[in-house]
Design a protein around this ligand. Sequence first.
Ligand code: AMP
Ligand code: MG
Length: 353
Amino acid sequence: MSSLYLTEIEKAYGDGRDAALMAKAGEIIKSGGLVAIPTETVYGLAGDALNPLSSKKIYAAKGRPSDNPLIVHIAELEALKPIVKDIPEKAKLLAKKFWPGPLTMIFNKDKRVPAETTGGLDTVAVRMPVNKIALNFIKASGGYIAAPSANASGRPSCTNASHVYEDLNGKIPLIIDGGDVGIGLESTIVDMTGEIPVLLRPGFISHARLEEIIGRVLIDPNVNGAELEEGTKPKAPGMKYKHYAPKGELFIVRGGEQGSIERINSECRAHALKGEASAVICMDAEVEKYTADVVSSLGNTYEDAARNLFRCLREMDEKNIEYMYIRAFEDEGLGMAIMNRLIRAAGHKVIEV
Ligand code: AMP
Ligand code: MG
């Protein structure tokens, strides 16, 4: 797609100072246009969820395959009923506990939601974000916003406005800049349409926290690791595509600490001998243990790692890194969400030590 817009970036604060900006953004949405917005998870590319033409524009701007459904964002609980067939009791409990917040639930859709928004599915994904700017924006825009992550399809998601500009400059009229996001990974997605809810995408709200509220929650086999068999359809269609990927090759190294570190260092030495640029992504405590062209820390905690991961992958592109190594995270809690993104960013390349 060629450049169509002079893309503006405007600062927002989540309070009364944004009034004029919210009115302007709301007008763009109501007339079928797109606006990129901050949320607490990652930046979203927003359009009117009930306007099929807006959804088509979202797919075009992102370069996203049109069978990959969008998440509908609402700003108040009363907005849920008109767009779904029914609200299961367990969904009410989760909404009460986690909305507004980084949880997306899948419902059977009402016919008001166009097929263009749901990638042709009879179900609709719905979330109520907690970010004040996002909430005010949704209200100013008519109440129903389709907003997938604001990255170009396949690239790491955007955790600040300048990442959005990198990917969408010229393709949309307006980016609302709310600073760095707090969480850094996309929302947890749970399918509520069956007898037992199914976790389709792990996020900040962990499997254990969901089970505390509603009892048993299944984990979709596609969540971590399992590569899809030829011809099978994943429940969250977005999960089948190469995703979050930097330009270089990323390898996940799984095994004991000492052995993993030695293996990574020897891989990086071999790259250096061939004149190839390599990098290690690790936690603060391990920085000194690696020798590579770039050693980049994600911070001290899993929360830090979640918040910094996508920015770090984008920086690897800027530094023209050809090979990247990262040790596997523990596959539970927030670690499950981080591993879910890493596995895809690495195109399933895992080195067992
Ligand atoms: P993104 O907006 O980039 O976070 O992507 C939205 C994710 O939600 C994709 O992985 C979709 O496959 C998933 N999703 C959206 N709607 C549905 C739905 N109706 N059923 C299952 N997954 C969905
Ligand atoms: Mg995405």
